[in-house]
Design a protein around this ligand. Structure first.
Ligand SMILES: [Zn+2]
Length: 344
């Protein structure tokens, strides 16, 4: 079968013929991939940014945002049949550690992450575990299924962060979204569905600000021109109750803490930069900083429900698997509107 694999850091992925994955554990599942989203993390993986933390064995297949159809299941799996349309929670977890029992899949003590440290979905078939599978309605069209791929990582990550944000987003509150990319454009919609807050979207690209407006943002701010001043004007000098940094680069974390008002919270979702902020301001205005990592199985289930109800949609940019290296290049330049999805 065909797969896009990382052989060497900072080199294009190689499209090659590899073996069909084998069922190994009692609860393994093989999925025929219908669509696999392309994430900034794929760029970071190619750059080797995750090497120290994950120690993946090269070469391997990237792709951690997957939908498809059940192809084969191991002997211990019940309730899944060949042909069932499914979306995959990105992590493979043991189900028995304390984090799993608390429902926090991302903190599983024996976590595997197809596409990050084992073979993922930039391929015709992928192996995962029955615990990671969410069944979708039998009659879902292939087109709709492919459109849902980005929910498996971009969407679930935006959803968890918005749920955290919602705790302090009461009527009259303000929320700033920094970065209207794959995650940010979903977060704008979720904030409108799940909170009464006024949504301010920031980006450096005109077309992404237009997308935010179309998706319901109350205000948009061109972050190339003094974003802190503009946000302070929009909030009449109060600052926002929650800022969500979906970029997390040095360019954004240098200003996102300054968007916060008193008791404001900065939720960091994107990564790559380093946070520096005077501690005297942390205590005097009681601001706080929180990270948000992907999301748990239940959160993906909730998000899928919203998507099936038509309350959130993903802007997708569909490509063939062979086009992966061009897609990664466009993603790096910020030229992808919404989320790119590969079809093997
Ligand atoms: Zn676990």
């Amino acid at each position: 079968m065909k797969a896009a694999r990382l052989h060497e850091y900072n080199k294009p992925l190689r499209i090659e013929d590899v073996d069909y994955p084998r069922l190994e554990g009692r609860f393994d599942v093989i999925v025929r991939i219908a669509g696999a989203g392309v994430c900034h993390t794929d760029l970071h993986l190619v750059q080797g940014m995750w090497h120290e933390l994950l120690q993946p064995k090269l070469p391997y297949t990237l792709g951690h945002e997957n939908v498809g159809y059940i192809e084969e299941v191991a002997e211990g799996v019940e309730g899944l049949e060949k042909g069932d349309p499914v979306i995959l929670h990105p992590a493979v977890t043991d189900g028995t550690c304390l984090a799993c029992r608390a429902g926090e899949d991302m903190h599983c003590e024996n976590l595997e992450f197809p596409g990050l440290n084992i073979d993922g979905g930039f391929a015709e078939f992928m192996r995962t575990s029955h615990r990671s599978v969410i069944k979708l309605p039998k009659d879902i069209s292939r087109e709709k299924l492919v459109e849902m791929a980005p929910l498996a990582d971009a969407g679930i990550t935006a959803y968890r962060a918005v749920k955290k944000a919602a705790r302090t987003l009461y009527p009259g509150a303000y929320v700033a979204i920094v970065g209207v990319g794959g995650l940010g454009h979903i977060a704008v919609q979720l904030l409108k569905v799940m909170t009464p807050a006024t949504v301010i979207a920031l980006d450096v690209k005109e077309e992404k600000l237009k997308l935010a407006e179309r998706l319901g943002a109350d205000h948009v701010v061109d972050a190339r021109r003094d974003p802190v001043k503009q946000v302070m004007e929009l909030t009449r000098g109060r600052g926002v109750n929650v800022a969500m940094d979906f970029v997390g680069s040095q360019a954004t974390v240098d200003y996102t803490p300054y968007l916060l008002g008193r008791m404001g919270r900065l939720i960091i979702v994107g990564y790559g930069g380093e946070l520096r902020f005077p501690t005297i301001r942390v205590i005097s205005s009681e601001v706080s900083f929180e990270g948000s990592l992907v999301g748990n199985y239940v959160e993906l289930h909730e998000l899928v429900t919203l998507a099936l109800q038509g309350k959130v949609r993903v802007e997708v940019d569909i490509h063939k698997l062979d086009e992966i290296n061009d897609v990664l290049e466009r993603l790096e330049k910020g030229e992808v509107l919404g989320r790119a999805v590969l079809i093997p």
